[in-house]
Design a protein around this ligand. Structure first.
Ligand code: HEC
Length: 160
């Protein structure tokens, strides 16, 4: 049994190492595949590709859970989410972040968001984001696909 577990871990480490050579979205997809997160059987054909990358339309629906505290275009209890990708954690000027968030050293991308959203308090201990997180990996992938499109400015969805 332990040998089985060991080889599974080794395979994962191998896959992760291999994936590290890829760009970030490909890495997320590869890791998701390695961990069996992307169950392509559940959706068929062309939709399977969308599953690995995340489905932004479903992500918009899931973003409803964040709207209690966030908006794309303006700060609320939490900072605005437009322009999130590539931004340093704690990077919205004028927003009153926790020291923990400002010092986290995180740059937001598909990988760091996936980790944070799975367990906000565990990933950034001391964060003032009082939210338990999203346990379902596919829901996170869909939400991240939606957030990836959240650009600032007139082209973005107003108020969402
Ligand atoms: C109960 C209110 C609340 C909810 C619900 C909430 N957040 Fe937050 N969020 C915050 C606060 C407050 C911060 C600032 C945290 C800090 O400074 O430690 C934050 C910070 C963040 C950050 C870091 C942003 C930055 O500029 O560095 C991300 C990313 C984020 N939230 C995503 C989400 C997503 C996605 C959801 C929905 C799944 C969500 N949050 C739900 C309150 C919330």
């Amino acid at each position: 049994m332990s040998a089985l577990v060991g080889s599974r871990v080794a395979a994962l480490a191998l896959a992760a190492g291999f994936a590290a050579a890829l760009c970030a979205p490909a890495r997320a997809a590869a890791v998701a595949e390695a961990t069996g997160v992307a169950t392509t059987g559940a959706r068929s054909g062309a939709a399977a590709g969308a599953t690995a990358r995340g489905d932004p339309a479903n992500g918009e629906r899931i973003y409803g859970r964040c709207l209690a505290c966030h908006a794309l275009q303006y700060d609320r209890t939490g900072p605005r989410h437009c322009g999130l990708f590539g931004r340093k954690a704690g990077g919205v000027p004028g927003f009153d972040y926790s020291e923990a968030m400002k010092r986290s050293g995180i740059v937001w991308n598909a990988v760091t968001l996936d980790r944070f959203l799975a367990n906000p308090l565990g990933t950034v201990p001391g964060t003032t984001m009082g939210y338990a997180g999203i346990a379902d990996a596919r829901e996170r992938a869909d939400l991240i696909a939606y957030l990836a499109k959240a650009k600032c400015g007139a082209a973005a969805n107003q108020g969402r």
